[in-house]
Every structure is written in structure tokens, then in C-alpha cells.
Design a protein around this ligand. Structure first.
Ligand code: BTN
Length: 256
């Protein structure tokens, strides 16, 4: 059961997370968030479940989570921003999660566009979906999955070499409601941040800056050096002396 009192006690935002919808079980919090948007959900509404049964990942992947051991939640926002800003929102979500983990002395890194890694293993992922209308991003759902209190045996056997949880890395169990509130506090701060350090901060936390990567975009596999981000968060990859910019894609391998 979700401890609303603990969550509210730790939440220090003006907007994001002030409205929270908790469900003991859902197929996908992102799917539920879109349903709530069609019913005019408030800006900043958070949708969370203890048991997500059909979690959706990027590139049509599945997101598998263990009941009651991880965070699976989505945030509804109405950005009214230019479509060129879409990538920035998902990068900001990754930054907010790593900001939060830093406060627990956990150093996490980012893999483009928005995987959260600890010691090179995936601890979290972000699925950002948006609807554009009239030339602006009208609505956006930022879906976050974070492995928190799982032990290694709770992950599917074929993933065990590549995934981790906060407990495996830190040896400590976390209170899910407190962690959720802290992530949301950092997210609101990052969204409001006028200093515009997002790109620099993201590059500093990148797990593969200036490293050779195998990159998959559309039908193309590109092997090149990841040079950083454009001002709107696209990936810049250098290949055969030329810099190529990618809007979407997936890093399949980091060659170190
Ligand atoms: C990825 O790494 O491919 C992104 C994973 C995103 C998973 C989260 S869990 C909460 C939200 N609801 C979903 O169905 N997916 C996202």
C-alpha cells in the first residue's frame, strides 16, 4: 500500500506530484496517464502503481518490474513548448534521477538518450511520449522505471549481467515513497532551471562521451565516436571525420 503521508511529507514542489493517482495494479502507468489526459488531468499529475503488468519501454521493448520492489510511475505535463524541445524533457528526467541518487551517495551515469546506469548496468529507464498540436507540445507523459529494492535473483536470468538495482549497488533498502518524492522534487527544479546547464550536466554524466559506440537508428547501424549533444539534445556521432546528428536511436554497445 502506498504511504501518502510519507510521500507528501517529503514532497517540496509547487506543481509536479501535488496530484497523485495510485493504483495497486496497472498494465502501464504511461497508458493510464494518457487515459487521464483525455479526462483533463491536472498539469503535474503523477500516476503510480505497485504492480505494472505490461510496462512499455523504448523501441517497443518491454519494461519488466517486480511487484512492490521498484518505482514505476508517469508524470503528466502540458509543456506548450516547441517540438524541438522534446528530447530535452527526457534528458532532464534522466538528470533529475541522477541528481536525486547523488543525494543518496549513489553515482549514476546516463546513456543516450535516457538510460540510467550504475557501474555500467541499467538501473532505470525513461519513456517520454508526447502529443503535438498547433505547432507546440500540448501534452507529455514522462514514464520512469527504476529498480530499487530487488535482489539479483528477482531479475530475469538472461538480464542479470546487464541490470542492477539501488539495493544491489548501495546495500541499502529505500523507502519507495521518499525516493519518488525526491525524484519529483529534482525534476521540478530541473524543469524550472533557467541556468540552462542541462546539456553540459548531461554530458558530464554521460557514460560514453568521446567513446566508440555502436549506434542503431532506423535501419542504420553506425559505428562512430559519441561527441556529445546538440543544443536540443540530439546525439552527435563522429564517423569517418564527419559529425552526424541523430534525433532518435539506441546505443547498442559502448566500446571501452
Ligand atoms: C526504457 O528503458 O526502454 C524505458 C523504460 C520505461 C519504463 C517506465 S515504467 C513506468 C512507465 N510506464 C511504462 O509502461 N513505461 C514507463
Amino acid at each position: 500500500m502506498f504511504n501518502f503521508n510519507l510521500y507528501k511529507e517529503k514532497l517540496s514542489t509547487d506543481v509536479i506530484g501535488q496530484s497523485i493517482q495510485y493504483y495497486p495494479e496497472l498494465d502501464s502507468t504511461n497508458t493510464k496517464a494518457w487515459e487521464l489526459i483525455s479526462e483533463n488531468a491536472e498539469n503535474g499529475t503523477v500516476v503510480i502503481t505497485e504492480n505494472q503488468t505490461k510496462g512499455r519501454g523504448r523501441q517497443a521493448n518491454k519494461w519488466i518490474s517486480t511487484q512492490g520492489k521498484s518505482l514505476t510511475f508517469s508524470i503528466i505535463i502540458y509543456p506548450n513548448a516547441l517540438p524541438s524541445q522534446i528530447n530535452i524533457y527526457s534528458l532532464i528526467a534522466g538528470l533529475a534521477i541522477t541528481d536525486c541518487l547523488n543525494t543518496y551517495d549513489i553515482q549514476a551515469q546516463l546513456k543516450w538518450p535516457n538510460d540510467i546506469l550504475i557501474s555500467g548496468k541499467k538501473v532505470g529507464g525513461i519513456l517520454c511520449e508526447s502529443k503535438i498540436s498547433g505547432g507546440v507540445i500540448k501534452s507529455m507523459v514522462i514514464g520512469i522505471g527504476l529498480n530499487v529494492n530487488e535482489n539479483i535473483k528477482e531479475f530475469p536470468e538472461d538480464l542479470r549481467n546487464n541490470v542492477t538495482s539501488l539495493m544491489i549497488e548501495s546495500g541499502k533498502r529505500s523507502q519507495l515513497e521518499e525516493l519518488l518524492a525526491n525524484i519529483i522534487n529534482h525534476l521540478e527544479h530541473r524543469i524550472q532551471d533557467k541556468d540552462d546547464t542541462q546539456i553540459i550536466d548531461w554530458e558530464e554524466r554521460c557514460a560514453h562521451l568521446n567513446q566508440k559506440v555502436t549506434f542503431h537508428s532506423g535501419n542504420e547501424i553506425v559505428i562512430g565516436v559519441f561527441k556529445g549533444l546538440s543544443s536540443t539534445g540530439q546525439a552527435i556521432i563522429s564517423k569517418d571525420g564527419k559529425e552526424v546528428i541523430f534525433d532518435s536511436g539506441e546505443i547498442l554497445e559502448i566500446d571501452d
